[in-house]
Design a protein around this ligand. Structure first.
Ligand code: GLU
Length: 298
């Protein structure tokens, strides 16, 4: 059988508008998909109505469209698929790969990963406590090759590290939905920020438990500002100025180590995108942190 054709995705959680770090990630995943002649999907991971908003979704989609990062197919909204994720969680419970859990994170830490309510062994749940569903990890020294960061090693401890897949408030957890959709959409490679590196080994086990083939991963090092602080929504990184798409793209290419010539800044958006596609090489991305230099522009 021929290998499946390349399919990449950008999957933001709409907690705020696109900032520079997320544009860099989106651009890298877009260029890699286009360079490989593949498909590039956009999926909005809107699972937490308390932290997310439709305005942020609109701002993110606008932030992708302005610099010309045009996706294939329809945008997928995870909020429209909640019943399905729940079904998968229940299926994992039926197969003994997930369990109802009434323990808090603190209780688990205090008991060194053992469940004080014995939930992992199927003991009846106390009726007065809310419960979550956790995925039952297998002890593993997980080894894999990241396309940017190289050889990776993570230790997974059954019980201790078991991730929540349905939260106590009833919300679906990112760890479940991301894997369900990566399988369902036939994603072959995930290009994303290295803040999600830690989630990867767990996602690989969840993917295998759901009968999927894990994708390849390429984690983009965190972007820091001139003072060395991480750029993220949590750190209130400024939203991108969508009226400057050429400068934004050019800066993102610089951060990705692609060395775009400054003359590109005097051309059109299309000429920057064409240059980026012709010259794109993932091998030029730094393995350590990348700086947004806010280059003085002519
Ligand atoms: N939705 C996640 C976020 O915005 C990213 C998911 C992923 O790329 O795996 O942080």
């Amino acid at each position: 059988m021929p290998p499946p054709s390349y399919c990449g995705r950008f999957a933001p959680s709409p907690t705020g508008p696109l900032h520079f770090g997320s544009l860099v990630t989106a651009l890298a995943s877009y260029l890699e998909a286009r360079k490989r002649g593949g498909t590039w999907l956009v999926r909005i991971e809107d699972l937490d109505p308390l932290r997310e908003s439709p305005e942020a979704t609109t701002a993110i989609l606008n932030g992708l469209q302005c610099p010309g990062l045009i996706h294939d197919g329809d945008i997928r909204y995870q909020s429209t698929r909640l019943a399905l994720y729940r079904q998968y969680a229940e299926q994992l419970v039926e197969h003994g790969k997930a369990y109802y859990c009434a323990c808090s994170r603190k209780e688990l830490a205090d008991h060194h990963g053992h469940h004080p309510w014995d939930c992992r062994n199927g003991a009846p749940l106390p009726s007065d406590r809310p419960w979550a569903i956790r995925f039952a990890l297998t002890d593993e020294e997980a080894l894999w090759q990241d396309r940017i960061l190289g050889a990776q090693h993570q230790t997974l401890r059954a019980g201790f590290d078991d991730p929540v897949i349905i939260r106590k408030e009833g919300f679906i957890a990112y760890q479940l939905a991301v894997v369900v959709d990566d399988i369902d959409q036939g994603i072959t490679e995930v290009v994303r920020g290295s803040d999600l590196l830690e989630a990867t080994a767990q996602q690989r086990q969840i993917c295998q438990a759901l009968g999927g083939t894990p994708p390849q991963w390429a984690h983009i090092p965190v972007i820091v500002n001139d003072q060395g602080a991480k750029l993220s929504k949590q750190n209130h990184a400024p939203a991108l100025d969508d009226s400057q798409p050429c400068q934004n793209l050019w800066r993102a290419l610089v951060a990705l180590g692609q060395q775009p010539p400054e003359t590109l800044l005097r051309g059109t958006l299309q000429s920057i995108l064409d240059w980026a596609l012709t010259n794109w090489s993932m091998a030029r991305i730094s393995r350590t942190s990348m700086t947004d230099s806010l280059h003085p522009l002519s």
